[in-house]
Design a protein around this ligand. Sequence first.
Ligand code: MN
Ligand code: MN
Length: 468
Amino acid sequence: MEPSEFKELKKQLSSTRKNGYDKISAADVDAMETYCGGYKAFLDIGKTERLCVNETIRLAEERGYRPFVRGMELHTGDKVYHCNRGKSVLLARIGTAPLSAGAQITAAHIDSPRLDLKPNPLYEEAELAYFKTHYYGGIRKYQWVTIPLELRGVIALKDGTVISVNIGGEEGDPRLVITDLLPHLSAEQNKKPLSEAVPAESLNLLLGSRPIGDEEDSGRVKLAVLKLLHDKYGITEDDFISAELEAVPAVKACDIGLDRSMIGAYGQDDRVCAYAALKALLDLDKDPVKTAVCVLADKEEIGSDGVTGMQSAAFDTFMEDLCEAQGVAVRECLEHSFCLSADVTAAYDPNFGEVYEKRNAAFVNYGIGLCKYTGSRGKSGASDANAETVAYARKLFDDADVIWQMAELGKVDAGGGGTVAVYMANRNITTLDAGVPVLSMHAPFETVSKLDCYETYKGMKAVYLADF
Ligand code: MN
Ligand code: MN
């Protein structure tokens, strides 16, 4: 074989996989920067699932979306949303085709790993005041000490009032912190495995040190904190019982790298896909053929159970309501629907190359990562999309010039993970996983590439606008 012949054949037959910067247009590079500016603002506003819901509704109403009311008529182009208990939100733009033709659905989650306060959190020890925490989702506990934290969430009172709490979220606010051992005294701790070195019961938030009252009084620092909380929010110690308070990193989203090609922030799993799914829906410049549905779910990080999680019938009820407005059986709609389960995947990290299988890993800047299956060991817990579904997504993305790659989380048996895909697929919806590759996933500060964020947004648009 002639060398030129070999070269030609190789080009013709080999994988077309390459860095997204060798594919992206100059216009898309500009659009990417604008898009990422909006995304960073969304991250800074949406530090909790509730705050994400509020911001989602604000943005949606700005674009003409209105609350869905059961029984209302729905026509092509109508824009509706349903807020599920302030913690999850479903949006739809009615297509030109009836719902019996199926919906084009994206499902992402807006809850992120964090430290929740326990129901009885406040205590004093050695004249220092603390909050006890209970971690939410899969965290590496050692990463949450000695970083500035803020407290966000709500306190619900018996009279129905819901007080919004924000300590540390504003410029100039005091912050909270969890202390760690000094190296000079950590000889014993150093011998422990990472998973045991910082026990969950030591993740206590330092709240205050200044006593009130007289020398002979007890619990003086704790009472001082209670007084401050009472002055600001009007609450007493018992009110913590009906509160949802979340300690999250007090850090704003920023560009990463000298070339500003990446974004560092808390909560990018999975707000990076949630924002893409939302923004793509709001930006649709024409009515979709099939009805476009965007689900921003809660509770994914703890198994999608619960009334605001993806396993909740709230989704089925919403779809049933939409179908009822058109006299369509919901089962017929779901059977013909396609869902992109939009959740992050692991980006190949050369610092820890040994846990990845390089030929099948997602790479930073290679675009949105499609995952045929997630799960662990022998694909346990995965919905494992069929070949036809993956082919459908390939065509969908290629037709829309979306830069994408195929991805597995890591080496077989190195670990694993799941998404909401299985809960959508179990509903008889054709489902595929796809999302942004993330470096240091679940850490208080996660990193993604701007190109991958933008291509994910383009991918979501392609899903909504598909006419096949
Ligand atoms: Mn996720
Ligand atoms: Mn996660």
